[in-house]
Design a protein around this ligand. Sequence first.
Ligand SMILES: Nc1nc2c(ncn2[C@@H]2O[C@H](COP(=O)(O)OP(=O)(O)OP(=O)(O)O)[C@@H](O)[C@H]2O)c(=O)[nH]1
Ligand SMILES: [Mg+2]
Length: 331
Amino acid sequence: VSSEPGAGAPASASAAHGGDGAALAERLRAGDRRALARALTRIEDGAEPELRDLVARLHPFTGHAQLVGVTGPPGVGKSTLTSALVRWWRQRDATVGVVAVDPTSPFTGGALLGDRIRMQDHILDRGVFIRSMATRGHLGGLSWATPQALLVMDAAGFDVVVLETVGVGQAEVEVAGVADTTVVAVAPDMGDAVQAAKAGILEAADVFVVNKADREGAGRTVRELRDSQRLGHGPWMPPIVSTVASRGEGIDELAAAIADHRAWLAADDRLRARRLHRARVHVRELAVAALRSRMGAVAEGVALDAVAGQVVDLELDPYAAADTLVAALGG
Ligand SMILES: Nc1nc2c(ncn2[C@@H]2O[C@H](COP(=O)(O)OP(=O)(O)OP(=O)(O)O)[C@@H](O)[C@H]2O)c(=O)[nH]1
Ligand SMILES: [Mg+2]
């Protein structure tokens, strides 16, 4: 019961779990990287009572960071692009936090080791923080963890926070959309643009990158993207930038495109619309996780056994039985 979200007083729940939320929040905001790492681990672990307390403490200090999503098919060069962008921002004295979320890996560290190696350029730079996160899924996975991670990174005071996600399906598309600006990367080979279109990630793009432009077919991929844009786009027409991330080519243009989009957002309350979308996803996922947790308690209890018996005895049909379980959740 103690892990049930929504139960108990946050501060005492946290104290009972040995986590001093006030001290952790303070250290995190003061720039202590170990405190930040610990907060992100709590998100990975779905450590609910501690997180509830921490989020409540950090939330008032959010809203500073520029949130940039980088998504695209596996291996397209997202981490290489991110690393190059980090360098670009650091040259302009902006501090940068990077979270790479792997929706598939059930364990921390393994699958994203490659990212760590690629990000090694920045390892001695105090103005950069890079972290891979696995979303284990028991509390709702990617859509639950991502806004939580962004909130924590934002409160830690970075000027820019980059969220790298592998764009493979609808959940990733929604997650990519929680950033202020979403960069969708494709590559010339493997029919990436077509793949990305199928996955629906093109719609999430504020900026397109055709990375690996040193490869054959880059021009054709740019044309394909342009053609797909002719079929329609919103009030913002996503620019298409060609890059060779591994050689740092096109990064000036990419950074400029991201800045342009940010400037566009800053006008007419559009940034607020983005933040509303992010808050909607965040709040909904927390609510769903709380319901799922309560449902788990009900479904493991005698209530489920009782209605299951009634279903077997033909006294209740399965829908009606489910209704009684839901009703047992209370208000
Ligand atoms: N030829 C070429 N190779 C590139 C370019 N950018 C990145 N690569 C290489 O492509 C490979 C994948 O790059 P990553 O940055 O790890 O790609 P990713 O999209 O982050 O990969 P995942 O996180 O595993 O989905 C690496 O071997 C890079 O060196 C480029 O512009 N041209
Ligand atoms: Mg990567």
